[in-house]
Design a protein around this ligand. Structure first.
Ligand SMILES: *Cc1c(COP(=O)(O)O)cnc(C)c1O
Length: 394
Protein backbone atom coordinates (compact mmCIF):
# COMPACT_ATOMS: atom_id res chain seq x y z
CA UNK A 1 0.00 0.00 0.00
CA UNK A 2 1.41 3.32 -1.03
CA UNK A 3 1.35 6.03 1.60
CA UNK A 4 -0.72 9.07 0.75
CA UNK A 5 -1.76 12.28 2.43
CA UNK A 6 -5.46 12.38 3.29
CA UNK A 7 -6.99 15.38 4.98
CA UNK A 8 -10.08 14.15 6.83
CA UNK A 9 -10.51 16.87 9.43
CA UNK A 10 -12.69 19.38 7.60
CA UNK A 11 -14.83 19.97 10.68
CA UNK A 12 -11.72 21.45 12.31
CA UNK A 13 -10.84 23.61 9.35
CA UNK A 14 -10.73 23.47 5.57
CA UNK A 15 -8.25 24.27 2.85
CA UNK A 16 -8.72 27.69 1.25
CA UNK A 17 -10.04 26.88 -2.22
CA UNK A 18 -8.38 28.21 -5.37
CA UNK A 19 -11.27 30.51 -6.38
CA UNK A 20 -11.38 31.95 -2.85
CA UNK A 21 -7.64 32.59 -2.80
CA UNK A 22 -7.76 34.10 -6.27
CA UNK A 23 -10.54 36.50 -5.29
CA UNK A 24 -8.59 37.60 -2.21
CA UNK A 25 -5.14 38.18 -3.67
CA UNK A 26 -5.65 41.62 -5.26
CA UNK A 27 -6.73 43.01 -1.91
CA UNK A 28 -3.32 42.49 -0.31
CA UNK A 29 -1.02 44.44 -2.59
CA UNK A 30 -3.18 46.28 -5.12
CA UNK A 31 -6.55 47.23 -3.61
CA UNK A 32 -5.25 47.62 -0.08
CA UNK A 33 -7.06 50.82 0.82
CA UNK A 34 -8.84 51.29 4.12
CA UNK A 35 -12.54 50.86 3.39
CA UNK A 36 -13.31 53.95 5.48
CA UNK A 37 -11.08 56.27 3.40
CA UNK A 38 -12.72 58.69 1.03
CA UNK A 39 -10.39 58.31 -1.95
CA UNK A 40 -11.23 55.89 -4.70
CA UNK A 41 -9.16 52.95 -3.47
CA UNK A 42 -10.95 53.14 -0.13
CA UNK A 43 -14.39 53.52 -1.66
CA UNK A 44 -13.74 50.56 -3.92
CA UNK A 45 -12.82 48.40 -0.95
CA UNK A 46 -16.12 49.40 0.65
CA UNK A 47 -17.94 48.37 -2.52
CA UNK A 48 -16.30 44.96 -2.47
CA UNK A 49 -17.24 44.51 1.17
CA UNK A 50 -20.84 45.28 0.27
CA UNK A 51 -20.74 42.78 -2.59
CA UNK A 52 -19.51 40.11 -0.15
CA UNK A 53 -22.25 41.10 2.29
CA UNK A 54 -24.84 40.58 -0.44
CA UNK A 55 -23.45 37.11 -1.11
CA UNK A 56 -23.65 36.15 2.56
CA UNK A 57 -27.17 37.56 2.81
CA UNK A 58 -28.30 35.69 -0.30
CA UNK A 59 -26.89 32.42 1.01
CA UNK A 60 -29.16 32.69 4.06
CA UNK A 61 -32.16 34.38 2.42
CA UNK A 62 -31.47 37.43 4.56
CA UNK A 63 -31.01 41.02 3.47
CA UNK A 64 -27.56 42.67 3.42
CA UNK A 65 -28.53 45.05 6.25
CA UNK A 66 -28.92 42.03 8.50
CA UNK A 67 -25.34 40.80 8.00
CA UNK A 68 -22.31 41.93 10.02
CA UNK A 69 -18.76 40.68 9.53
CA UNK A 70 -16.89 39.49 12.60
CA UNK A 71 -13.47 37.97 13.24
CA UNK A 72 -14.71 34.39 13.59
CA UNK A 73 -17.54 32.06 14.48
CA UNK A 74 -16.64 32.34 18.15
CA UNK A 75 -17.02 36.12 18.09
CA UNK A 76 -20.44 35.79 16.46
CA UNK A 77 -21.51 33.31 19.15
CA UNK A 78 -20.22 35.58 21.93
CA UNK A 79 -21.94 38.59 20.44
CA UNK A 80 -25.26 36.76 20.11
CA UNK A 81 -25.42 35.59 23.71
CA UNK A 82 -23.88 38.59 25.42
CA UNK A 83 -25.63 41.08 23.16
CA UNK A 84 -29.11 39.67 23.73
CA UNK A 85 -28.52 39.30 27.47
CA UNK A 86 -27.34 42.89 27.81
CA UNK A 87 -30.21 44.16 25.72
CA UNK A 88 -32.88 42.36 27.71
CA UNK A 89 -31.37 42.74 31.19
CA UNK A 90 -33.40 45.90 31.93
CA UNK A 91 -36.53 43.82 31.31
CA UNK A 92 -35.39 41.38 33.98
CA UNK A 93 -34.78 38.59 31.47
CA UNK A 94 -31.89 36.65 32.94
CA UNK A 95 -32.44 33.11 31.70
CA UNK A 96 -30.66 31.37 28.81
CA UNK A 97 -31.64 28.10 27.16
CA UNK A 98 -29.00 26.14 25.30
CA UNK A 99 -27.96 22.51 24.97
CA UNK A 100 -25.28 20.36 26.55
CA UNK A 101 -23.50 19.66 23.26
CA UNK A 102 -22.89 23.18 21.93
CA UNK A 103 -19.48 24.39 20.81
CA UNK A 104 -17.40 25.89 23.60
CA UNK A 105 -17.88 29.35 22.08
CA UNK A 106 -21.47 29.03 23.33
CA UNK A 107 -20.93 26.93 26.46
CA UNK A 108 -18.13 29.03 27.87
CA UNK A 109 -20.06 32.24 27.16
CA UNK A 110 -23.04 30.78 29.00
CA UNK A 111 -20.82 29.81 31.92
CA UNK A 112 -19.54 33.38 32.01
CA UNK A 113 -23.14 34.66 32.08
CA UNK A 114 -23.88 32.27 34.97
CA UNK A 115 -21.08 33.91 36.94
CA UNK A 116 -22.84 37.21 36.29
CA UNK A 117 -26.17 36.20 37.72
CA UNK A 118 -27.77 34.44 34.76
CA UNK A 119 -29.59 31.16 34.99
CA UNK A 120 -28.77 28.72 32.18
CA UNK A 121 -30.78 25.65 31.19
CA UNK A 122 -28.65 23.08 29.34
CA UNK A 123 -31.05 20.86 27.43
CA UNK A 124 -30.08 17.22 26.99
CA UNK A 125 -29.72 15.40 23.69
CA UNK A 126 -31.18 11.97 23.06
CA UNK A 127 -29.00 8.95 22.30
CA UNK A 128 -29.19 9.77 18.58
CA UNK A 129 -27.80 13.25 19.21
CA UNK A 130 -30.87 15.45 18.85
CA UNK A 131 -32.43 18.17 20.96
CA UNK A 132 -36.18 17.69 21.43
CA UNK A 133 -38.10 20.86 20.44
CA UNK A 134 -40.69 20.08 23.13
CA UNK A 135 -37.88 20.33 25.71
CA UNK A 136 -37.24 23.84 24.42
CA UNK A 137 -40.92 24.71 24.81
CA UNK A 138 -41.02 23.36 28.35
CA UNK A 139 -37.87 25.20 29.36
CA UNK A 140 -39.04 28.65 28.22
CA UNK A 141 -39.90 30.92 31.13
CA UNK A 142 -41.14 34.48 31.46
CA UNK A 143 -37.58 35.62 32.06
CA UNK A 144 -35.99 33.71 29.16
CA UNK A 145 -33.81 36.07 27.12
CA UNK A 146 -32.49 33.75 24.42
CA UNK A 147 -32.59 30.20 23.12
CA UNK A 148 -29.34 29.12 21.46
CA UNK A 149 -29.29 25.69 19.81
CA UNK A 150 -26.68 24.77 17.23
CA UNK A 151 -27.75 23.95 13.69
CA UNK A 152 -25.39 21.01 13.23
CA UNK A 153 -22.98 19.52 15.72
CA UNK A 154 -19.28 19.71 14.96
CA UNK A 155 -18.39 16.35 16.48
CA UNK A 156 -21.25 13.99 15.67
CA UNK A 157 -22.73 15.90 12.74
CA UNK A 158 -26.37 15.71 13.78
CA UNK A 159 -28.60 18.33 12.17
CA UNK A 160 -31.09 19.77 14.63
CA UNK A 161 -34.81 20.51 14.07
CA UNK A 162 -34.03 24.20 13.79
CA UNK A 163 -37.23 25.27 12.07
CA UNK A 164 -39.42 23.68 14.76
CA UNK A 165 -37.34 25.14 17.58
CA UNK A 166 -37.50 28.53 15.86
CA UNK A 167 -41.28 28.29 15.52
CA UNK A 168 -41.65 27.58 19.24
CA UNK A 169 -39.42 30.54 20.11
CA UNK A 170 -41.39 32.80 17.80
CA UNK A 171 -44.68 31.67 19.34
CA UNK A 172 -43.28 32.31 22.83
CA UNK A 173 -41.64 35.60 21.72
CA UNK A 174 -38.15 34.51 22.70
CA UNK A 175 -35.09 35.33 20.59
CA UNK A 176 -33.67 32.29 18.79
CA UNK A 177 -29.98 32.05 17.92
CA UNK A 178 -28.34 29.18 16.07
CA UNK A 179 -24.66 28.41 15.65
CA UNK A 180 -24.66 27.37 12.00
CA UNK A 181 -20.89 27.22 11.57
CA UNK A 182 -21.00 23.55 10.54
CA UNK A 183 -24.27 23.77 8.66
CA UNK A 184 -23.57 26.51 6.13
CA UNK A 185 -22.90 25.01 2.73
CA UNK A 186 -24.00 21.56 3.86
CA UNK A 187 -27.72 22.12 4.36
CA UNK A 188 -29.90 24.77 2.74
CA UNK A 189 -30.48 27.59 5.20
CA UNK A 190 -33.35 30.07 5.03
CA UNK A 191 -33.46 32.31 8.09
CA UNK A 192 -36.97 33.48 7.28
CA UNK A 193 -38.53 30.11 6.63
CA UNK A 194 -36.67 28.58 9.57
CA UNK A 195 -37.64 31.26 12.10
CA UNK A 196 -34.04 32.20 12.94
CA UNK A 197 -33.41 35.55 14.66
CA UNK A 198 -29.62 35.38 14.94
CA UNK A 199 -27.17 33.05 13.18
CA UNK A 200 -23.40 32.58 13.45
CA UNK A 201 -21.13 31.40 10.65
CA UNK A 202 -17.41 31.11 10.05
CA UNK A 203 -15.22 31.33 6.96
CA UNK A 204 -12.62 28.66 7.63
CA UNK A 205 -15.16 25.83 7.76
CA UNK A 206 -16.25 26.56 4.19
CA UNK A 207 -12.92 26.91 2.38
CA UNK A 208 -12.35 30.58 3.24
CA UNK A 209 -9.52 31.68 5.51
CA UNK A 210 -9.28 31.49 9.29
CA UNK A 211 -10.20 34.59 11.25
CA UNK A 212 -13.30 35.74 9.43
CA UNK A 213 -16.91 35.20 10.42
CA UNK A 214 -20.31 36.75 10.10
CA UNK A 215 -23.48 37.11 12.06
CA UNK A 216 -27.03 37.49 10.83
CA UNK A 217 -29.18 39.65 13.11
CA UNK A 218 -32.81 39.91 12.09
CA UNK A 219 -33.97 43.37 11.06
CA UNK A 220 -35.48 45.31 13.95
CA UNK A 221 -33.41 43.43 16.49
CA UNK A 222 -30.54 45.73 17.30
CA UNK A 223 -27.87 44.28 19.58
CA UNK A 224 -25.47 46.35 21.68
CA UNK A 225 -21.87 46.23 20.46
CA UNK A 226 -19.40 43.62 21.54
CA UNK A 227 -16.45 45.54 20.05
CA UNK A 228 -16.28 49.33 20.39
CA UNK A 229 -14.20 51.76 18.37
CA UNK A 230 -14.64 53.11 14.87
CA UNK A 231 -17.83 53.32 12.86
CA UNK A 232 -17.29 50.16 10.82
CA UNK A 233 -20.16 47.75 10.16
CA UNK A 234 -22.74 50.50 10.55
CA UNK A 235 -21.36 51.42 13.99
CA UNK A 236 -22.02 47.93 15.26
CA UNK A 237 -18.65 46.23 15.07
CA UNK A 238 -15.52 48.33 15.23
CA UNK A 239 -12.16 47.45 13.71
CA UNK A 240 -10.73 48.18 10.27
CA UNK A 241 -12.40 45.73 7.91
CA UNK A 242 -10.40 42.67 6.93
CA UNK A 243 -11.11 43.28 3.28
CA UNK A 244 -9.31 40.25 1.76
CA UNK A 245 -10.93 37.89 4.25
CA UNK A 246 -14.38 39.43 3.77
CA UNK A 247 -14.07 39.16 -0.01
CA UNK A 248 -12.88 35.55 0.38
CA UNK A 249 -15.82 34.71 2.63
CA UNK A 250 -18.16 36.12 0.00
CA UNK A 251 -16.63 33.93 -2.68
CA UNK A 252 -16.61 30.87 -0.41
CA UNK A 253 -20.23 31.13 0.67
CA UNK A 254 -21.42 31.73 -2.87
CA UNK A 255 -19.70 28.52 -3.98
CA UNK A 256 -20.75 26.62 -0.86
CA UNK A 257 -24.47 27.17 -1.34
CA UNK A 258 -24.48 26.89 -5.15
CA UNK A 259 -24.81 23.11 -5.46
CA UNK A 260 -25.67 21.79 -2.01
CA UNK A 261 -27.77 18.77 -3.10
CA UNK A 262 -25.26 17.47 -5.67
CA UNK A 263 -22.29 17.94 -3.38
CA UNK A 264 -24.13 16.46 -0.39
CA UNK A 265 -24.96 13.37 -2.43
CA UNK A 266 -21.37 12.85 -3.49
CA UNK A 267 -19.89 13.47 -0.04
CA UNK A 268 -22.59 11.39 1.69
CA UNK A 269 -21.76 8.41 -0.53
CA UNK A 270 -18.10 8.62 0.46
CA UNK A 271 -19.02 9.07 4.10
CA UNK A 272 -21.35 6.08 4.12
CA UNK A 273 -18.58 3.95 2.72
CA UNK A 274 -16.35 5.12 5.56
CA UNK A 275 -18.97 4.41 8.19
CA UNK A 276 -19.85 0.97 6.82
CA UNK A 277 -16.20 0.07 6.41
CA UNK A 278 -15.14 1.01 9.93
CA UNK A 279 -18.25 -0.47 11.55
CA UNK A 280 -17.14 -3.87 10.21
CA UNK A 281 -14.57 -3.86 13.02
CA UNK A 282 -15.86 -5.58 16.18
CA UNK A 283 -16.95 -3.45 19.15
CA UNK A 284 -17.48 -0.23 17.24
CA UNK A 285 -20.48 2.11 17.21
CA UNK A 286 -21.56 5.05 15.15
CA UNK A 287 -22.07 8.21 17.21
CA UNK A 288 -25.07 10.27 16.14
CA UNK A 289 -27.84 9.16 13.84
CA UNK A 290 -27.38 8.04 10.24
CA UNK A 291 -30.20 10.32 9.15
CA UNK A 292 -30.06 14.08 9.54
CA UNK A 293 -26.33 13.96 9.65
CA UNK A 294 -23.83 16.30 7.99
CA UNK A 295 -22.74 14.76 4.67
CA UNK A 296 -19.05 14.65 5.59
CA UNK A 297 -19.24 13.53 9.22
CA UNK A 298 -18.19 10.08 10.41
CA UNK A 299 -17.79 9.63 14.17
CA UNK A 300 -17.19 6.14 15.46
CA UNK A 301 -16.22 4.81 18.88
CA UNK A 302 -13.72 1.99 18.73
CA UNK A 303 -13.46 0.08 21.98
CA UNK A 304 -10.05 -0.91 23.24
CA UNK A 305 -8.16 1.88 21.53
CA UNK A 306 -7.12 5.22 22.89
CA UNK A 307 -7.97 8.25 20.79
CA UNK A 308 -4.59 10.00 20.94
CA UNK A 309 -2.64 6.87 20.00
CA UNK A 310 -5.03 6.24 17.12
CA UNK A 311 -4.55 9.78 15.81
CA UNK A 312 -0.78 9.56 16.07
CA UNK A 313 -0.69 6.30 14.14
CA UNK A 314 -3.05 7.68 11.51
CA UNK A 315 -0.81 10.73 11.25
CA UNK A 316 2.21 8.48 10.66
CA UNK A 317 0.21 7.04 7.78
CA UNK A 318 -0.56 10.50 6.38
CA UNK A 319 -4.14 10.75 7.62
CA UNK A 320 -5.35 13.88 9.45
CA UNK A 321 -8.29 13.09 11.71
CA UNK A 322 -9.60 13.99 15.10
CA UNK A 323 -10.76 12.10 18.17
CA UNK A 324 -13.38 12.14 20.85
CA UNK A 325 -11.24 13.82 23.40
CA UNK A 326 -10.39 17.46 23.66
CA UNK A 327 -6.78 16.83 22.71
CA UNK A 328 -6.48 20.26 21.10
CA UNK A 329 -6.73 21.89 24.48
CA UNK A 330 -4.06 19.60 25.85
CA UNK A 331 -6.57 17.98 28.17
CA UNK A 332 -7.37 14.30 28.14
CA UNK A 333 -10.98 14.78 29.12
CA UNK A 334 -13.35 12.93 26.85
CA UNK A 335 -15.55 15.06 24.65
CA UNK A 336 -18.57 16.64 26.34
CA UNK A 337 -20.58 15.79 23.22
CA UNK A 338 -19.89 12.06 23.40
CA UNK A 339 -20.51 12.01 27.13
CA UNK A 340 -23.83 13.78 26.50
CA UNK A 341 -24.76 10.93 24.16
CA UNK A 342 -24.39 8.64 27.16
CA UNK A 343 -21.08 7.05 26.23
CA UNK A 344 -18.85 5.72 28.98
CA UNK A 345 -15.57 7.60 29.48
CA UNK A 346 -13.35 4.86 28.09
CA UNK A 347 -15.57 4.43 25.02
CA UNK A 348 -15.69 8.18 24.37
CA UNK A 349 -11.91 8.19 24.62
CA UNK A 350 -11.57 5.74 21.79
CA UNK A 351 -13.53 7.74 19.26
CA UNK A 352 -12.52 8.75 15.79
CA UNK A 353 -13.96 11.67 13.84
CA UNK A 354 -13.28 11.72 10.15
CA UNK A 355 -14.78 14.76 8.44
CA UNK A 356 -14.50 14.78 4.69
CA UNK A 357 -15.31 17.44 2.13
CA UNK A 358 -15.87 17.61 -1.60
CA UNK A 359 -12.11 17.86 -1.99
CA UNK A 360 -11.74 14.22 -0.89
CA UNK A 361 -11.78 11.38 -3.39
CA UNK A 362 -12.81 7.73 -3.50
CA UNK A 363 -9.13 6.86 -3.36
CA UNK A 364 -8.87 8.75 -0.06
CA UNK A 365 -11.69 6.61 1.33
CA UNK A 366 -10.06 3.39 0.05
CA UNK A 367 -6.85 4.40 1.75
CA UNK A 368 -8.49 5.27 5.08
CA UNK A 369 -10.33 1.93 5.01
CA UNK A 370 -7.05 0.13 4.48
CA UNK A 371 -5.19 1.96 7.21
CA UNK A 372 -7.76 2.21 10.02
CA UNK A 373 -8.32 -1.56 10.54
CA UNK A 374 -4.58 -2.21 10.59
CA UNK A 375 -3.93 0.56 13.08
CA UNK A 376 -6.85 -0.52 15.27
CA UNK A 377 -5.64 -4.12 15.27
CA UNK A 378 -2.16 -3.03 16.22
CA UNK A 379 -3.35 -0.79 19.06
CA UNK A 380 -5.75 -3.41 20.37
CA UNK A 381 -3.01 -6.03 20.38
CA UNK A 382 -1.05 -3.79 22.77
CA UNK A 383 -4.00 -2.76 24.92
CA UNK A 384 -4.64 -4.27 28.35
CA UNK A 385 -8.12 -2.76 28.13
CA UNK A 386 -8.85 -4.65 24.93
CA UNK A 387 -7.57 -7.86 26.49
CA UNK A 388 -10.09 -7.38 29.26
CA UNK A 389 -12.90 -6.50 26.85
CA UNK A 390 -12.26 -9.54 24.65
CA UNK A 391 -12.16 -11.84 27.69
CA UNK A 392 -15.51 -10.46 28.86
CA UNK A 393 -16.95 -11.33 25.47
CA UNK A 394 -16.04 -15.02 25.85
C1 LIG B 1 -15.47 25.97 14.37
C2 LIG B 1 -16.72 26.21 15.11
C3 LIG B 1 -16.93 27.41 15.82
C4 LIG B 1 -15.85 28.46 15.97
O1 LIG B 1 -15.59 29.11 14.79
P1 LIG B 1 -14.19 29.94 14.71
O2 LIG B 1 -14.30 30.69 13.44
O3 LIG B 1 -13.11 28.91 14.69
O4 LIG B 1 -14.14 30.80 15.90
C5 LIG B 1 -18.14 27.61 16.45
N1 LIG B 1 -19.10 26.69 16.37
C6 LIG B 1 -18.96 25.54 15.70
C7 LIG B 1 -20.09 24.59 15.63
C8 LIG B 1 -17.77 25.26 15.06
O5 LIG B 1 -17.63 24.11 14.40
Amino acid sequence: MEKRFVYADNAATTRVSEPVLKSMLPFFTEHYGNASSIYEMGRNAQKDIELAREKVAKALNASPGEIFFTSCGSESDNWAIRGVCEKLAPKGKKHIITSVFEHHAILHTCQYMEKHGYDVTYLPINEQGFVNPEDVRNAIRDDTAIVSIMYANNEIGTIQPVKEIGAICREKKVIFHTDAVQAVGNVPIDVQEQNIDILSLSGHKIHAQKGIGAIYIRKGLSLPNLIFGGAQERNKRAGTENVPAIVGLGTAIEIAVADIPERAERVTAMRNRLIDGILKLPRTRLNGSRENRLPGNCNISIEGVEGESLLLMLDMNGICASSGSACTSGSLDPSHVLLALGLKHEVAHGSLRLSISDENTDEDIDYILEVVPKVVERLRSMSPLWEKISKEQN
